[in-house]
Design a protein around this ligand. Structure first.
Ligand code: HEC
Length: 117
């Protein structure tokens, strides 16, 4: 019986921590947009519309509810992997553009911005 208050307290602390973490992780939309513009990402990615690349919404839908989304998105923007340009089945392949920043917080912010659509 004596355990219960501690369990409750632990749960309360955990909740506060989760709230604090997600507040810190809020996307800096302006910073992400400015970098995407400077790096020409928007030439191929729009919020809703498919361009030469999938829309940000399509990317977000693909990873919705999947914790590995951020890591996968960062990989895609840093490793010059071969991608097929849209529309699907175009057969046009090229190396994906490499983002100009190496700062983990900027990479995460960009990934989170894409995934927030
Ligand atoms: C020449 C067009 C082009 C440019 C420029 C471009 N992308 Fe892409 N991007 C693509 C294509 C095509 C895909 C689809 C890859 C696939 O589905 O296999 C893609 C996929 C992605 C994905 C999703 C990865 C996944 O796991 O599904 C992210 C995130 C992304 N791009 C971010 C960026 C960022 C950030 C930039 C700017 C630094 C950028 N892209 C510039 C064409 C482009």
């Amino acid at each position: 019986m004596i355990k219960k208050p501690f369990t409750l307290l632990a749960a309360a602390i955990a909740l506060v921590l989760v709230a604090a973490t997600s507040a810190n992780a809020a996307v800096d939309v302006e910073a992400a947009k400015a970098l995407a513009k400077a790096d020409d990402c928007l030439k191929c990615h729009a919020a809703e519309k498919e361009k030469k690349g999938p829309s940000m919404k399509e990317i977000a839908d693909k990873y919705r509810g999947k914790p590995e989304g951020q890591e996968k998105a960062i990989k895609n923007m840093t490793e010059a992997m071969e991608v097929e340009l849209r529309p699907k089945g175009s057969g046009k392949k090229e190396k994906h553009k490499v983002i100009s920043t190496k700062k983990p917080e900027e990479l995460k912010n960009m990934a989170d911005w894409y995934l927030s659509h």
